[in-house]
Design a binder for this molecule. Structure first.
Ligand code: FES
Ligand code: FE2
Length: 378
């Protein structure tokens, strides 16, 4: 018996207990600007938000920019090796300081050249005679809470949240044998704009119902809907299921720590509210969602590869590229369907859709998470 239970049996029809809500969210939650405004302040401003990978910024001064909900941030590798997050605006007149990713030992504001060190401390003010000396002394860019789980960087506006090790403690046993924190970051795409509400993208990833039908040109044949497997139910911060491989497509495995079952699975992990990770023995595909408008979302994404696979495969470079090509196709397939749901939701019907039990069970759980955050922080 594995000590990593992954055993919700859905091989037969599932009849939910009476009273279980199997309705989809109402159309308006995907189209109403007021709904997004509430989610920005009561979810994205109140919880840990996934922004990217620590492995993408390995050296002192390496940084990437991202958004926590709508708020621009900088994540920067410090001299002591830690990863620090801060607000991405200048203390003078609020100009955004950095874009994309890069390496900088100093942050110089492009507007009037105020200068900050890597930790965000203001160290240089041009024409400083015009400023009150005491006012500018010791100022720092607004610091944000930052934590790393399995190589994924999370940022929060709140400083009082439980650390990720605690919050995701029951998820960790499912994935720790993969050495995900050591997966090598090879691809990062900062801008991938979807014409859909952020929740639609999240919901698309946490159900295996669409895989066979939507992904005919990518993962549908190899990871069909009827091989889906499910992890634990009723978790408040995450979900995990698997779009498992059919036997003729079992991936090569070079990681001796994985169980036989784990070598055949393509896990899909949802880290509420905005992080998605698809994980197999050889690579991981991650996405962090940044809502821009109620129907427009940036889905920053990347690919990282198992160090075991990179050592063990005959042609690792070709493998990296083959996976990238498949994921690009899968993304386009998902993008089209999310856009269609967004377009259909414009009707504004008051009749809710239906959820498949159990293939869409985690949509129900995510909906409960959203409703609970809105109720608790409203
Ligand atoms: S806004 Fe940055 S120096 Fe003026
Ligand atoms: Fe998909």
């Amino acid at each position: 018996m594995s000590n990593r239970p992954f055993d919700l049996d859905h091989s037969g029809p599932v009849t939910p207990a009476s009273g279980v809500d199997q309705r989809a969210a109402m159309q308006s939650v995907y189209t109403d600007p007021a709904a997004l405004a509430a989610e920005q302040s009561q979810i994205f401003d109140q919880d840990w938000v996934m922004v990217g990978r620590a492995g993408a910024i390995p050296n002192e001064g390496d940084y990437f920019t991202a958004s926590v909900g709508k708020r621009p941030i900088i994540v920067m590798r410090q001299a002591d090796g830690s990863v620090k997050a801060m607000a991405n605006f200048c203390l003078h007149r609020y100009a955004k300081l950095l874009d994309g990713s890069g390496c900088a030992k100093r942050i110089v504001c492009p507007y009037h050249f105020w200068t900050y060190d890597m930790a965000g401390t203001l160290i240089g003010v041009t024409d400083r005679h015009g400023f009150d000396r005491d006012e500018i002394k010791g100022k720092t860019l607004e610091p944000l809470a930052c934590d790393v789980w399995m190589g994924f960087v999370f940022v929060s506006l709140r400083q009082d949240l439980a650390p990720l090790s605690e919050r995701l403690g029951r998820l960790t046993p499912h994935v720790e044998a993969f050495d995900l924190d050591q997966y090598e970051d090879r691809v990062v795409v900062h801008e991938e704009v979807w014409q859909g509400n952020w929740k639609l993208i999240f919901e698309n990833f946490i159900e295996s119902y669409h895989t066979t039908y939507t992904h005919k040109g990518s993962i549908g044949p190899t990871n069909p809907t009827n091989l889906a497997e499910f992890g634990p139910l009723d978790e408040r911060n995450f979900s995990i299921h698997s779009n498992s491989y059919r036997p003729e497509d079992y991936p090569e495995n070079h990681n001796p720590k994985l169980t036989e079952a784990e070598t055949k699975r393509f896990y899909v992990i949802a880290l509420y509210p905005n992080g998605l990770v698809a994980l197999d023995p050889n690579f991981a595909w991650w996405i962090s969602l940044e809502p821009r408008e109620v129907g427009v979302t940036n889905a920053r994404w990347g690919l990282c590869y198992s160090p075991h696979a990179m050592k063990g495969m005959a042609d690792p470079t070709a493998f990296v590229e083959a996976i990238r090509e498949t994921i690009v196709i899968a993304t386009e397939e998902d993008k089209e369907m999310v856009g269609r749901v967004q377009d259909g939701s414009a009707f504004g019907s008051h009749n809710p859709g239906m959820l498949h039990a159990p293939l869409e069970i985690y949509l129900k759980e995510f909906k409960e998470y959203v409703e609970q955050q809105l109720a608790t922080n409203g």
